[in-house]
Ligand binder design. Structure first.
Ligand SMILES: *Cc1c(COP(=O)(O)O)cnc(C)c1O
Length: 417
């Protein structure tokens, strides 16, 4: 565990989080290098001896330091925009290890990715296939493509993070897939390289992954008879983590089940984990501004808000809340509180109904905030975005400085009426 109390102080690796809060201020995201390396190592070990590429889903946490760390470990990347492509390249990631996912790739982003020479485009519709073909021909290249197939499997996760159901916007219906593959094969700007399936996020059971893979494998052989052979199978991401009391399968078990389902399929395997690599490697530090006693509820008002971490507001997600000092301040009794931010929205809460013994000025860690935290932050209420710090052993590195107020509106102009 990278976040533990040592002599009463909540530490990340060998650094007390209170030191980081003092030095860099709050709100502040803090990541553990060792935690990311260890999570990546679990995937890498489970893939040992296989032709496999672990393509980290950049949208989970796209800080350059996180990307550079994973690139050094040998990871590939799953991107969803030209912006993420630029980040990965800036962080030292290799284009040849990048897969480009997403339902709405713009023409400009397709060109950037073709220029960079990405490993594969995960194509999600016929219209996208046609656009990619035209752009590739115009550039005089062949675009490597996988079709993202929607297997219509219920991942048993929050509806907003389910992607493999037929009512979702993602992928190509499994019934249509063979026909769309034949169409792709006939387009001279495309080169079919694989198949892709990704059914959602924060999935804590193995079975939906196995069901989805079983369904897509059913027609890999059919494609072969049509003369379409696949070089790789991209099994997507979506493995859940423990926020509270969830019991996601160990990475090794999850991958063993997928590999067993693959049987003697000889294709290279691609994986796209995001949350599982970084979710439990980060926390959000915040300071208590006020305690407020309401008629029905008590509130801890902190300096972090939904603009810093939107998951509770967006998905009613649960994050642990730990005080940086294990022992409560003297004469403080624990009470049930909602932990809320300063933003003018009732949905602006980070945690609800938690037993906490706190005083103004105390600092708290919002746990498991390494994935879909900073990346989803905004400037709502004209709040500067938080600083980000990466800890390695005894050393804390500022990997993104806090935004300044001036930066918040220096791209705006008032017309001269
Ligand atoms: C978001 C996403 C992922 C990563 O999902 P996690 O739940 O973070 O593992 C992988 N692949 C695609 C296509 C995605 O959209």
């Amino acid at each position: 565990m990278s976040f533990t109390y040592r002599t009463g102080e909540l530490c990340v690796e060998d650094v007390a989080l209170s030191e980081i809060a003092t030095r860099y201020g709050t709100p502040c995201y803090v990541y553990s290098r060792a935690a990311i390396e260890s999570a990546y190592g679990e995937f890498a070990r489970a893939c040992a001896g296989r032709d496999a590429l672990i393509c980290y889903a950049v949208k989970a946490n796209s800080n350059l330091a996180v990307l550079a760390l994973l690139a050094r470990l040998g990871a590939g990347f799953d991107i969803v925009s030209g912006g993420e492509l630029a980040r990965v390249l800036a962080a030292g990631g290799e284009a040849k290890k990048i897969v480009f996912s997403g339902v709405g790739k713009s023409a400009a982003d397709m060109r950037l990715a073709l220029q960079a020479g990405v490993l594969c485009f995960n194509v999600e519709s016929e219209a996208e296939l046609e656009r990619l073909d035209a752009i590739a021909r115009d550039m005089g290249v062949r675009a490597p493509v996988s079709l993202r197939v929607n297997p219509d499997v219920d991942a048993g996760t929050h509806p907003y993070i389910s992607t493999g159901l037929k009512q979702n916007k993602f992928g190509i219906a499994i019934a249509d897939a063979p026909r769309v593959y034949r169409k792709a094969a006939a387009l001279s700007g495309l080169h079919i390289t694989g198949m892709d399936v990704h059914i959602g996020s924060q999935i804590t059971e193995i079975q939906p992954f196995v069901d989805a893979l079983t369904r897509v494998l059913e027609f890999v052989d059919t494609l072969q008879t049509d003369g379409i052979s696949l070089e790789h199978l991209d099994l997507g991401g979506g493995l859940g983590i423990r926020y509270r009391d969830e019991t996601p399968p160990p990475v090794a078990d999850y991958l063993a089940a997928l590999f067993k389902t693959l049987g003697d399929a000889r294709q290279r395997v691609l994986l796209e984990p995001g949350r599982a690599l970084v979710g439990n490697a980060g926390v959000l530090l915040t300071s208590v501004e006020y305690l407020k006693r309401g008629e029905a509820k008590n509130f801890v008002i902190v300096d972090a808000a939904m603009n810093d971490l939107i998951r509770p507001a967006l998905y009613e997600a649960w994050h642990g809340v730990l005080p940086l000092q294990e022992t409560p301040p003297a004469n403080t009794i624990a009470q049930h509180y909602d932990v809320v931010g300063p933003v003018c929205e009732t949905g602006d809460f980070l945690a609800q109904d938690r037993l906490l013994a706190v005083q103004p000025g105390d600092r708290l860690a919002i746990m498991s905030a390494g994935a879909y935290g900073m990346v989803m932050s905004s400037n709502y209420n004209t709040r500067p975005r938080a600083a980000e710090v990466m800890v390695s052993g005894r050393t804390a590195h500022l990997v993104r400085r806090r935004e300044t107020l001036a930066e918040l509106f220096d791209s705006e102009t008032v017309p001269i009426w």
